[in-house]
Design a protein around this ligand. Structure first.
Ligand code: ACK
Length: 220
């Protein structure tokens, strides 16, 4: 009897449609250009040094591959819970389905630049129950945050930084927000920009970006 089983990919996630990727990249570039000329940004500069200095953020952050929002990093079966996730009924059922991701904020740190994804109830069905808990060692307290807090699209990484860092950086910012840190706020055109110290900037978008994406997986 032939038994067909899905082989375990490198990771599962929502992959943004190509035309949407271009739009999101453009928005990200605009965000970086806005920051570069902002007085309060120049004051704090990315390294956290308190002196005015020129910085080319588009050079600083290297873009990496297709824009996507990872749900589960399965590492060809080597990651914990990889097989369980791959075999989940909802993963099988929704494989190949198309939905809109809501990008609700953009953020940068000295390590990464990314977009926060606010998942819908339907999309949360595909979110692993332990995604935030798995980040505990990097971001203490993250395990207590609501499911989906880690959801993001990596837009770029500094030299030598792995994309997995983007989710940690986002969780760290969300932890600060939860702790009631006000930060330093600046109103700019697309929304409210907050500086949380240590080179961490968060732009809450007035109008979330709707990005059409397909739930799928990648083998490299
Ligand atoms: O930007 P990302 O979400 O961070 O997309 C890439 C993708 O998988 C391929 O590398 C993410 N990734 C890598 N390692 C992990 C991990 N241990 N846990 C969660 N996501 C990961 C990375």
């Amino acid at each position: 009897k032939l038994h067909v089983e899905m082989s375990i990919p490198l990771y599962f996630g929502w992959f943004l449609f190509y035309t949407v990727q271009d739009q999101v990249r453009e928005t990200a570039t605009k965000f970086l250009k806005t920051l570069e000329v902002l007085e309060s940004f120049k004051k704090h500069i990315i390294s956290g040094k308190e002196e005015a200095k020129e910085v080319d953020l588009e050079q600083y952050f290297k873009a990496k591959g297709t824009l996507h929002c990872t749900t589960k990093f399965t590492d060809y079966g080597k990651a914990e819970g990889a097989k369980e996730y791959t075999d989940k009924q909802v993963v099988q059922d929704l494989y190949g389905s198309v939905s809109d991701l809501s990008l609700s904020a953009l953020f940068i740190t000295p390590r990464t630049v990314g977009a926060r994804v606010s998942l819908s109830e339907d999309q949360l069905q595909l979110w692993p129950a332990d995604a935030e808990k798995e980040a505990e060692s990097e971001v203490p307290g993250a395990g207590a945050l609501p499911l989906g807090s880690r959801a993001h699209v990596t837009l770029g990484c500094a030299d030598g930084v792995q994309p997995v860092q983007t989710g940690f950086d986002l969780l760290q910012i969300i932890m600060l927000q939860k702790d009631g840190q006000q930060g330093e706020q600046v109103d700019i055109d697309p929304g409210t920009l907050t500086y949380y110290g240590e080179g961490r900037w968060y732009l809450a978008l007035k109008e979330p970006i709707s990005a059409t994406a397909c739930f799928s997986s990648i083998y490299k």
